[in-house]
Ligand binder design. Structure first.
Ligand code: TYD
Length: 138
């Protein structure tokens, strides 16, 4: 499946906590054009329910516990983001759903492109059509 779990470099400052960071191109395999984050979400809420045609993203959870369900049209896999130094790099063509397993968990995303509503596939049957016709750029 077109995703990769990567360790985010983390410096432990002992009693004063930890600092995590990544840099475009060498730590994540694309240039970053946009950052967004989802917050204020109640426990067990679900978001997502779409795929992207060409967008690449890295997802990470600096606080809390969020399950990411990825579907490539043939199978589904579930990844738990429960550690601020765990990064999930997602390529195009994956249907995703996100489930909040802890109130106020924060989902941060760094993306390869500016926001473009035309890059979204929001209907699952249309997504399957794209997959079967090989129309995902990836
Ligand atoms: P959406 O990607 O559908 O969120 P989720 O997958 O978490 O449910 O985005 C929600 C709304 O925010 C939608 O109206 C599009 C808008 N939006 C932007 O305007 N810019 C952005 O960078 C993003 C990610 C979303």
């Amino acid at each position: 499946m077109n995703y990769q779990i990567i360790p985010i470099k983390t410096i432990d400052s002992g009693y004063a906590g930890k600092l995590s960071f990544f840099e475009a191109s060498w730590d994540v395999p694309f240039e970053i054009k946009r950052i967004y984050y989802i917050h204020g979400v109640p426990n067990e809420a679900r978001r997502g329910g779409h795929a992207h045609i060409s967008l690449r993203q890295i997802l990470f959870c600096p606080y809390g516990k969020i399950e990411i369900i990825l579907d490539d049209g043939h199978k589904r896999e579930s990844i738990l983001l429960d550690d601020p130094s765990k990064g999930l790099v997602i390529g195009p063509g994956l249907w995703r759903e996100m489930i909040w397993h802890q109130e106020n968990s924060v989902l941060c995303v760094a993306a390869s492109e500016y926001y473009d509503a035309k890059d979204y596939i929001r209907d699952y049957d249309t997504f399957l059509q794209y997959v079967n016709e090989g129309k995902i750029h990836g």
